[in-house]
Ligand binder design. Structure first.
Ligand code: SF4
Length: 184
């Protein structure tokens, strides 16, 4: 599918100036996401944290460093994947995004998916899975590929809190490599 880079730049501009929900009042910077375009692999997290809010870049804090390590173990580099989140502005004190915030913001993620047209989309955690597929239950869903295109895994912050999840997390990310090319 043809991807017009201007569409992505235009969307980034809309996100960075968005005032659709109250999270715009306290953010320093919105975080649209970044990575190759078009992208074969997309990773979707929950929302920016403190360091992301300060830099405008996705997954640059402790969870981001863990994600980098897990990607490396899975044979991937960050430059191989487009990384974004459901919510593009930091919720205060890193609280969970509210339903109305997700409802207001979701269309940006859906537009990114449409523009970038990734072969495989990794939904990291319940918020991303719920926002995109309308289901949750990470314990049952992780490691599964749904609708031929959505791989469900843990959020890196959950792995940071419980290192016992790391092996499963890496194993899920390894599946991204295998599924990153369209079947011919
Ligand atoms: S979180 Fe999303 S909807 Fe809310 S202000 Fe930021 S970009 Fe807009």
């Amino acid at each position: 599918m043809f991807m017009n880079p201007t569409d992505l730049a235009h969307l980034d501009g809309q996100i960075c100036t968005c005032r659709l929900c109250p999270l715009s009042l306290e953010r320093k910077l919105a975080v649209p996401g970044c990575g190759p375009a078009p992208a074969e692999i997309m990773l979707v997290g929950e929302a920016p944290g403190r360091e992301e809010d300060l830099t405008g870049k996705p997954f640059v804090g402790r969870a981001g460093r863990l994600l980098d390590a897990a990607l490396e173990q899975a044979g991937l580099e960050r430059s191989d994947v487009f990384i974004t989140s459901v919510i593009k502005c930091r919720p205060p004190q890193n609280r969970k995004p509210k339903k109305n915030e997700i409802d207001q913001c979701r269309h940006y993620l859906l537009s990114q998916i449409e523009i970038l047209h990734p072969n495989i989309i990794c939904l990291m955690g319940n918020t991303a899975t719920q926002a995109v597929l309308g289901i949750e239950g990470i314990a049952k869903l992780r490691g599964r590929v749904l609708q031929g295109r959505y791989l469900i895994t843990f959020h890196p912050a959950a792995v940071l809190r419980n290192r016992n999840l790391m092996n499963d997390f890496v194993s899920d990310l390894k599946m991204l490599n295998a599924r990153s090319h369209p079947l011919v």
